[in-house]
Design a protein around this ligand. Structure first.
Ligand code: ZN
Ligand code: ZN
Length: 111
């Protein structure tokens, strides 16, 4: 799949990050047997108060759910930008200025 194609594909997903993989397998019509080629043990969702990324083979750990979700969106769903002030994840770099002006919660607090 070409990168732009993959970008469109992941952006067409509207469910929870946790369900993305299942959705993608189904959507791409990858035969179920393929899932068993790479051994996969889902990591426990929370260990010692830390949040683990649930993506295949990714072992990043976060202190909070939001951090993990932001990482998931950017690293695994292909979202392109993140607000440095409030960590909101945006679909692309060009929506960042507008977010900062209109929607950024950190900015609203500062005013
Ligand atoms: Zn990850
Ligand atoms: Zn922001």
């Amino acid at each position: 799949m070409a990168p732009e194609e993959w970008g469109r594909f992941v952006q067409s997903y509207v469910g929870r990050p946790e369900d993305f993989e299942t959705w993608a397998w189904k959507k791409l019509k990858i035969p179920e047997e393929m899932l068993y080629i790479a051994p996969y043990e889902p990591p426990p969702r929370q260990v010692n108060g830390d949040f683990l990324c649930t993506y295949h083979g990714c072992f990043n750990v976060y202190k909070n759910k939001q951090g993990r979700e932001n990482h998931f969106n950017v690293a695994h769903l292909g979202f392109r930008a993140q607000c440095p002030d409030c960590n909101t994840v945006l679909m692309n770099q060009s929506s960042l200025p507008r977010h900062k002006r209109d929607n950024c919660t950190m900015r609203k607090k500062a005013q």
